[in-house]
Design a protein around this ligand. Structure first.
Ligand code: ADP
Length: 231
């Protein structure tokens, strides 16, 4: 699948997800299809309970679909082992949540170095990339600060830097600015948007913030368990 000659970084094809069984079955996704392209940010806007978190968990290979196929960086995942899925997730997908989930005992820089060392980089390589990322996000002077010594917006920018520290192709974000005041949210969003363009990430960002959604490349919603494009 491609758009303007580009291959999708992530596709969901006819994905179904139901919880429970028998009379208590909840049908959350009933045939959801979506393609995310490099360098493109897509807003996921839908009412609470529509299935946004479910869709993000499936796209992030954290849950298995009940049916359908999810393809990450060209690799179909339905027949993969859990180890293969975990490997693909670690190398190709970055996550940002509403709350930063940074490790409180470690500095901003150490929070970026650690996932890279787990992925196999040397401390020196991980430190160099961590410093570059923090500088890119305007946090060069904050690298030795612990999360509690950073503002909410700074914490969230570090969380974004951490999410892309292993150079994933795909960024999944669940209300990444939901905990911030409007001005800070706008600034953090600008940071995220420029990173998407600069690195060619494919980003799917669930948000209730319609101003920010309007500034993304595409907007989708979940309607009756399926993904639909919106204005
Ligand atoms: P959103 O993120 O849009 O608020 P969710 O994806 O969290 O929506 O949930 C969609 C629906 O699926 C809701 O009705 C929710 O109650 C249900 N749901 C989510 N996770 C589970 C689960 N583990 N077991 C049963 N039902 C679930």
């Amino acid at each position: 699948m491609n758009e303007a000659g580009r291959f999708a970084a992530l596709t969901l094809e006819a994905v179904e997800r139901r919880y429970g069984s028998g009379e208590t079955t909840v049908e959350v996704l009933t045939g959801a299809s979506l393609a995310l392209y490099p360098g493109q940010s897509v807003a996921l806007i839908a009412p609470s309970g529509a299935g946004k978190s479910t869709l993000l968990h499936l796209a992030g290979l954290l849950e298995h679909p009940s049916a359908g196929e999810i393809t990450v960086a060209g690799s179909p995942t339905s027949t993969m082992t859990d180890d293969q899925r975990t490997g693909l997730r670690r190398s190709q997908i970055g996550f940002v949540y509403q709350f930063h989930h940074l490790l409180p005992e470690f500095s901003a820089l150490e929070n970026l170095v650690m996932p890279q060392m787990i992925a196999g980089l040397s401390r020196a390589e991980a430190t160099t990339r961590g410093r570059e990322l923090l500088a890119y996000l305007g946090l060069a002077k904050r690298e030795s600060h612990r999360p509690a010594e950073l503002s909410g917006g700074e914490q969230q920018r570090v969380a974004i830097a951490r999410a892309v520290s292993n150079s994933p192709r795909i960024l999944l974000a669940d209300e990444p600015t939901g905990n911030l005041d409007p001005k800070t949210a706008s600034h953090v969003f600008d940071t995220l948007a420029s990173l998407v363009k600069a690195t060619g990430l494919a980003a799917l960002i669930a948000t209730h913030n319609m101003d920010l959604a309007a500034r993304m490349d595409r907007r989708v919603t979940i309607r009756d368990g399926q993904v639909a494009e919106v204005g």
